[in-house]
Design a protein around this ligand. Structure first.
Ligand code: MRU
Length: 351
């Protein structure tokens, strides 16, 4: 399994995803500012992974603080604020910060090493739960795929985007293990190339053959009958089932509908945001123009051209065949099924 993020001797350690697949370099963050920068600058990315990373960043910030009582609380709020400001779309980041806040509140009176140890234990727990969720989603999602599945995925919703195993790639890994997988197609995912660089790297490393497409090829392959399922991850799922995911996902979903191909989303409950009514309220990150104008550091666009670079788009719920979570499979109408899965922590729905 690819090591995504870990706590090691008082540091948050992660594989630097900007340098993959050319180099396997590990980044050691020794304070929470470095953790925040790693998330902002995409050394680590993927919704569940940045949640886990932020949780460790908070544990690290608390350990590095010498304050106690009110001064510590004020410092803690500033650390939470800094990590929350790194990226706006993936709700797992805010979910993890909220969960760490609950742990801080529960142990604040204790203070000292007791509080710091509790925060680290909570971060480790968030990581362990995410890995377990991915394995569960993988197995549930694999059950949805047709025999001899020929699956298209977009971006990287793999081990690198989670605590391990992956969401969409977890489904693909489980399908491969069950002998259900005939082919995997990965969109290259311009402009950051998560598909070409990360999905291709981690699947090949696991011995799962994968075929790379540029982002404009999947329609042709669907029309040729070469793809019979689409599986993607998500950065935030609104209460009505609208799904924010890497830009280009919406295009794939519309194409899948046109070709009567099922479009599945795999995401843990921490990605479901019942407080956001629909996709229009999901904040969409706009990233630097250089990501679009340059390829591998070299300018490819005409000098002076204006650029848009939304990092995510929203796929309306009506294009989503089913949403696979660790607690079960949600189907339309999503306002009801997502509430059943995520509205009550004890609920476990199968479908
Ligand atoms: O900008 P990124 O690379 O963080 O975007 C990642 C995605 O859009 C993934 O598909 C999503 O986070 C799901 S990861 C399991």
């Amino acid at each position: 399994v690819v090591p995504t993020v870990a706590w090691e001797d008082g540091a948050v350690v992660m594989i630097d995803q900007r340098r993959l697949p050319a180099e396997e370099v590990f980044l050691r963050c020794r304070d929470h500012h470095e953790v925040a920068a790693a998330i902002r600058d995409m050394a680590i990315r993927g919704a569940p992974a940045i949640g886990v990373c932020a949780a460790y960043g908070l544990a690290l910030g608390a350990r590095n603080s010498v304050g106690e009582g009110e001064p510590l609380r004020a410092e803690w709020q500033a650390i939470c604020g800094e990590l929350a400001s790194t990226r706006p779309t993936a709700v797992n980041l805010f979910w993890a910060i909220r969960r760490m806040q609950g742990c801080f509140d529960a142990h604040a009176a204790e203070g000292g090493a007791g509080l710091r140890d509790a925060l680290l234990a909570e971060a480790r727990q968030i990581e362990a739960e995410d890995l377990e969720s991915c394995r569960r989603m993988g197995d549930l999602g694999a059950g949805l795929l047709p025999a001899a599945a020929r699956v298209l995925t977009h971006c990287n919703a793999g081990a690198l985007a989670t605590a391990g195993y992956g969401t969409a790639l977890g489904v693909i890994r489980s399908a491969a293990r069950l002998g259900k997988l005939d082919a995997v197609f990965a969109d290259e995912t311009r402009p950051f190339l998560q598909g070409a660089r990360l999905t291709a790297w981690e699947l090949l490393r696991d011995g799962i053959p994968v075929t790379l497409l540029t982002d404009n090829m999947s329609g042709f392959l669907m029309a040729q009958g070469e793809i019979n399922a689409v599986v993607v991850g998500a950065d935030r799922i609104a209460a009505n089932g609208d799904v924010a995911n890497k830009v280009g996902t919406y295009t794939v979903a519309v194409l899948a509908r046109e070709h009567k191909i099922p479009f599945y989303v795999a995401a843990p409950v921490s990605t479901i945001d019942l407080a956001t009514a629909d996709g229009r309220s999901i904040p969409i990150e706009e990233r630097a123009a250089e990501e679009v104008t340059h390829l591998a550091g070299r300018r490819v666009a005409a000098e002076g051209v204006s650029v848009r670079n939304p990092a995510f788009d929203v796929t309306p719920a009506r294009f989503v065949t089913a949403i696979v979570c660790e607690r079960g499979i949600a189907r339309p109408p999503y306002d009801r099924s997502l509430q059943a899965l995520a509205g009550d922590a004890r609920a476990a729905v199968q479908g």
